[in-house]
Design a protein around this ligand. Structure first.
Ligand code: AP5
Length: 206
């Protein structure tokens, strides 16, 4: 079975921000369920329309929808040697389903306290052309592209609070689950992006 890596952490922990360097270091493609759902929504598919109400409210999309998406994605040829999961799994049933599809050799948990999360999420901006992630304070975009940046619909304070409680109630128990399997590595996500990247690089090469 192929060996995959899971990037784990609360909303706004920096999973998307750190994924690029991990992809470059490992050669594994990034598989972000959040990005896949937003693409389905933008394309107006039935799945996207079904997921919309959960995503905008900050609630988790039902497990069967997510597992179906992942099963399909993992049949593609670039997933043969394992992938970098970003935002998946988010529940114990999702992790159990994943265990049937791929071997998880490493789970990188990016830890950030709740009080830092809201500022990160509310200030996040995305470049719709490249998918690049910026922040109005922590990572301002170059002025030539500033005009085209967008804000995600779920990047508001109310939805963030719901996303945080979904994380604490449904997702954080997975840390113990993976720790018991001996594959969990934690990094301090509450420091400069480059310092987080350096900790992750150490974990990957150790
Ligand atoms: P998803 O898109 O996965 O959102 P999320 O997990 O809430 O994570 P985010 O993308 O918000 O944050 P991130 O950790 O990637 O942080 P980022 O690097 O952007 O999911 C969206 C929704 O889809 C869910 O709510 C749910 O409805 C649904 N969904 C998705 N997967 C699902 C699943 N498996 N099961 C069920 N439902 C699912 O960084 C955030 C900001 O902080 C950026 O502006 C960045 O510039 C800044 N930043 C990053 N690092 C730092 C740093 N070290 N210091 C300061 N600022 C920083």
């Amino acid at each position: 079975m192929s060996q995959s890596i899971v990037l784990f952490g609360p909303p706004g922990a920096g999973k998307g921000t750190q994924a690029e360097a991990i992809v470059a270091a490992t050669g594994k493609p990034q598989v972000s369920t959040g990005d896949m759902l937003r693409a389905a929504l933008a394309a107006g598919t039935r799945l996207g329309i079904e997921a919309k109400k959960y995503m905008e409210a900050g609630e988790l999309v039902p497990d069967n929808v997510i597992v179906g998406l992942i099963e399909e994605r993992m049949t593609q040829s670039d997933a043969m040697d394992g992938v970098l999961f970003d935002g998946f799994p988010r529940t114990i049933p999702q992790a159990e389903a994943l265990a049937e599809i791929a071997e998880v050799s490493l789970v990188i948990s990016i830890e950030v306290p709740d009080d830092a999360i809201v500022e990160r999420i509310v200030g996040r901006r995305m470049d719709p052309d490249t998918g690049d992630i910026y922040h109005i304070t922590f990572k301002p975009a170059p002025s030539e592209i500033a005009g085209r940046l967008i804000q995600r619909k779920d990047d508001n304070e109310e939805a963030v609070r719901t996303r945080l409680s979904a994380y604490h109630n449904q997702t954080s128990p997975l840390a113990k689950w993976y720790s018991q399997k001996g594959v969990l590595a934690t990094v301090n996500g509450n420091q400069a992006m480059s310092d987080v990247a350096a900790e992750i690089a150490e974990v990957i090469t150790s």
